[in-house]
Structure formats: structure tokens, C-alpha cells
Ligand binder design. Structure first.
Ligand SMILES: Cc1cc2nc3c(=O)[nH]c(=O)nc-3n(C[C@H](O)[C@H](O)[C@H](O)COP(=O)(O)OP(=O)(O)OC[C@H]3O[C@@H](n4cnc5c(N)ncnc54)[C@H](O)[C@@H]3O)c2cc1C
Length: 445
């Protein structure tokens, strides 16, 4: 096959890895036979975009990134699945449009955003990415091009949004963008001294602000457990924003893998404490470029190398509002006690869950923590955390996961049998598969 190369494939967390053949075509079409894994920019952390074995072809979509149509009266964009949010921002922000939902990095493709049904700082108000998708074109396992959406082939649509690339290859998407007046955000920051204050602060901020998020010093213990910074923001209007265009953010690279000592509990505790102290002093409102608000991590290219060669896991779960504080305390205490030494954790209020069968967010609180990967010890910690999440009626985010066990996953996702029926109808032989689907669904590697 033209342009085929054999490469080592990993997610953003750099664990696990698999060597497999990769194809980056300009026109997205499935090969006639064989196992396939669609992959965008590889920003899922775990094994969702990693093949289960060398038997699978990785079809990377990044060269299929054309804008096919734009309707300026409604902000409706039709594009190929490999178009990145970075490119959408570059083209559309100057024209007064913004992605309706954005994850914490812009280096993701539209196909990846649909397949993970990504959520952003506005989930409490606007829901997840799939809620803004009007139409998808999917190449299914038998090579047919099928259109689906909220009103046509609805079951296939609901299985594909959040379906982690396991129902077909998304080739095109139609997405509603959001109108904005300026590239600036108005942002306020407020410290929270402990978890209860953080949860209250997020709830309170969510009533008036479209974007809210909290950063937690997840190594603080005792009365400071869950202390952190609450950030709330909104798009600035023409009348109030600075007149100048924001300066381009410069991107720095990380030229080496982080050494082990960087991850020592002592150093991380100190880093988190200093960050908390500095941010606590920056209270009050200010205008910042949208990049600084939405994508602070994008300023360091390859920051994932900080965690060294063995990589890291990101543990992200959501727990229902009713379970709330005590369960989140338990998770934070467990990680802190294990000395699992995560940098800052992210906490966020979520709104109601969507109809998409495998979509992650549900009404409650989501917590995301980086855990340096230390083999079985880290995996055992994840299983423990999973146990707590299952008991609370919560779930983990597949776009971050690499370790959760199949039985725990089945307990977390009551709509899994519905999703499996739709998948089996459209892909009876499971041509579409990944290391994640082998681990969690028992697919053949
Ligand atoms: C720094 C950082 C911050 C993040 N913040 C957030 C956040 O705030 N909220 C959030 O929800 N997520 C967040 N993420 C996760 C990220 O948004 C998702 O993993 C997203 O899916 C990555 O898009 P991608 O193009 O890189 O897809 P990949 O990682 O390449 O693939 C992800 C999944 O999509 C499938 N897929 C990709 N393209 C297609 C296609 N064309 N057809 C069918 N299936 C396809 C793959 O098979 C895989 O299962 C973050 C990630 C990073 C690195």
C-alpha cells in the first residue's frame, strides 16, 4: 500500500506502545479488508488510539483536513474529520466564530472530538461536543458511506459519538460553531482553601459563567485537602476587550525526557504549593487571549516528556453530584497517600449526560489527575480508585484510560449492551478495534 510505514504508536501518556503499520491518506477510505484503527492527532492519553497488535492498520486522518463548506448565517461548518481545532481557531476566530466545545488542547481533530465526545470548561452549561454535531459521514466496516445524525440513523450516531472509533471511520462532520465578538476572554480567579470550598465555588460560578474549572493541589492533605484555584471565564465583548489583537503565543519544546528526580514527592509537593500560593494572589478580573485561557499546556510542545520514558496515566473519573465530596476526598486522599505524585489535578462541574451511549460526562463532578506510570503499583492504584468510582455510581473517561479492568468498566456503563448491539449490527466482525477494545470489550488483539 502506498505511503505505508511501520511505526511505534502510543497515546499522549506514552503507555502502552505498539508497533504497527500506519497510513496517512489525503482521502479517507478504508482498505478492502483487515483490521483498522482510526487515529487523529493521538492526544488521547491511554490506549484508545493504539492498536492491539501489528495485525491492525492505523489510519491517521490528519492529512484529510479540508474545510468543505461554511454557512456564515448560522456558523455551520462542514469539514473532513482530520481538521484540527487549531486550524478551526486560526481560520474562524478572526471571522468571529469559536468551537462550541473545546478540550484543554487545540491539537485534536474533529474526528477525535466526536469519537471521544469531548467536554470542555462549559460542560455544565452546554454539554459535550456531540450536542453540536448535525451530521456525520461514516465509512462502515463493509465499505459503505453512511450519513448519520440526531435525526437520521440516530442509533449509529449515538453509538459513534463517544464510541472511540469502534463503529466506523468518520470521514466528514458538520458542526455548529459559536459566535464570538473578540479573541479575548474575561477571566476571574479565586482561591479555595479546601475541597468543600472548591465544590461550592464551582457550583456557584457555574450559575453565571459559561466556562469554569478548578485546579487542585492534589498533594495537599489534612485541612488543605482539595485546596486549589477556581477559574471562571467568558468571551469578552467588543466594547470591553483590549483593542489590540492578542500576541501569538510562543511555543517551547521540551528537548529531553524528564529525569526521575523531577517526579520526587518532595519536589512535586513544593511545586504544587508554590503554584497555589502564586495563583491565590492573582485574584480579580482581567482580560487574557483565548489561547491562554483554554490551552495553557499547548505552550510547551511535547510536555508529556516531563514524565520520563515510562510515561504516565491520566486518571479521569466523574462521580454523580449526590456522591460528591466524600467520594472525591477519598480519591484525593488515596492518591496523596500512595505518593503517586501528580502535578495539579483538574476538577470540573458537569451538566446532564447526553444520549450518546458511551459518552463520559454525567451530572456531577469530574476529577483528572496525572499519575507517573510505575508498572503494577500504578495499575493497582487505578483499580482501587475504580472500585471507589464504581461504588459511587460514576465512571472513567475512555479517552484517558489505559488500565481499567473489563468487569469494572461494565459496572460503570449501564448503556454498554445498547452500544454493543449497534456496534455488532454495523461491524459484526469487529474490523474496527484498538488496544482499548481488546482490554475492555474482549476484542481479539
Ligand atoms: C493536554 C490535553 C488536554 C485535554 N483536555 C481534555 C478536555 O478538557 N476534555 C476532553 O474531553 N478531552 C481532553 N483531552 C483528550 C482529547 O481531547 C481526546 O482524547 C481527543 O479525542 C483527542 O483527539 P485526537 O484527534 O488526538 O484523537 P486520537 O487521540 O487520535 O483518537 C481518539 C479516539 O478517537 C478515534 N478517532 C479519531 N479520529 C477518528 C475518525 N476520523 N473516525 C473514527 N474514530 C476516530 C480513535 O480511534 C480513538 O479512539 C485532552 C488531551 C490532552 C493531551
Amino acid at each position: 500500500m502506498d505511503g505505508l510505514s511501520v511505526e511505534t504508536i502510543a497515546g499522549w501518556g506514552r503507555h502502552p506502545v505498539c508497533r504497527a503499520a500506519v497510513l496517512r491518506p489525503e482521502r479517507l477510505r478504508l482498505p478492502r479488508a483487515g483490521r483498522v484503527l482510526p487515529r487523529g492527532l493521538g492526544r488521547s492519553y491511554g490506549d484508545a488510539a493504539v492498536p492491539a497488535s501489528a495485525q491492525s492498520l492505523v489510519l491517521e486522518t490528519v492529512r484529510a483536513d479540508r474545510i468543505l463548506a461554511f454557512e456564515p448565517s448560522t456558523g455551520t461548518l462542514t469539514c473532513e474529520a482530520g481538521l484540527s481545532l487549531a486550524e478551526i481557531l486560526r481560520v474562524f476566530v478572526p471571522r468571529g466564530w469559536f468551537p462550541p466545545v473545546s478540550p484543554g488542547t487545540k491539537f485534536v481533530t474533529v474526528g477525535g472530538c466526536v469519537a471521544s465526545d469531548v467536554h470542555g470548561k462549559n460542560h455544565h452549561r452546554d454539554g459535550s461536543f456531540g450536542g453540536f454535531v448535525g451530521r456525520l459521514v461514516l465509512e462502515t466496516a463493509d465499505g459503505r458511506l453512511v450519513e448519520c445524525g440526531p435525526d437520521r440513523e440516530r442509533e449509529l450516531f449515538l453509538a459513534t459519538v463517544g464510541g472511540m472509533g469502534l463503529t466506523g471511520l468518520i470521514t466528514e462532520a458538520t458542526v455548529r460553531l459559536r459566535p464570538i465578538e473578540t479573541p479575548w476572554m474575561f477571566v476571574e480567579v479565586e482561591p479555595a482553601a479546601h475541597l468543600a470550598e472548591m465544590l461550592d465555588g464551582l457550583r456557584h460560578a457555574g450559575k453565571d459563567w459559561p466556562y469554569t474549572v478548578g485546579w487542585i493541589d492534589c498533594l495537599a492533605t489534612g485541612s488543605g485537602l482539595g485546596r486549589g484555584i477556581i477559574m471562571r471565564g467568558r468571551h469578552a465583548s467588543r466594547g470591553e476587550a483590549p483593542g489590540a489583537r492578542p500576541r501569538e503565543t510562543s511555543v517551547r519544546g521540551l528537548p529531553f525526557d524528564g529525569p526521575q528526580w523531577l517526579l520526587s514527592p518532595l519536589l512535586m509537593r513544593a511545586f504544587n504549593a508554590v503554584y497555589y500560593r502564586i495563583q491565590s494572589r492573582r485574584t480579580g478580573g482581567r482580560f487574557v487571549p483565548y489561547d491562554a485561557f483554554f490551552y495553557p499546556l499547548d505552550t510547551v510542545k511535547d510536555w508529556n516528556r516531563l514524565y520520563g520514558r515510562s510515561g504516565f496515566l491520566q486518571y479521569q473519573c466523574v462521580v454523580p453530584r449526590a456522591a460528591g465530596g466524600p467520594v472525591l476526598s477519598e480519591l484525593l486522599e488515596r492518591v496523596s497517600r500512595a505518593g503517586a505524585t501528580s502535578f495539579l489535578a483538574v476538577i470540573k462541574d458537569c451538566g446532564p449526560e447526553s444520549d450518546a451511549y458511551l459518552s463520559f460526562p454525567l451530572e456531577g463532578t469530574t476529577l483528572a489527575m496525572d499519575l507517573p506510570y510505575r508498572g503494577p503499583t500504578t495499575e493497582a492504584l487505578v483499580h482501587e480508585l475504580d472500585g471507589t468510582v464504581v461504588r459511587a455510581g460514576g465512571r472513567i473517561y475512555l479517552a484517558k484510560d489505559a488500565v481499567t479492568r473489563r468487569d469494572d468498566f461494565e459496572r460503570m456503563v449501564p448503556r454498554l449492551p445498547q452500544w454493543q448491539r449497534v456496534r455488532d449490527r454495523w461491524d459484526p466482525e469487529h474490523r474496527f478495534g484498538s488496544a482499548l477494545s481488546a482490554r475492555l470489550l474482549g476484542d481479539e488483539p
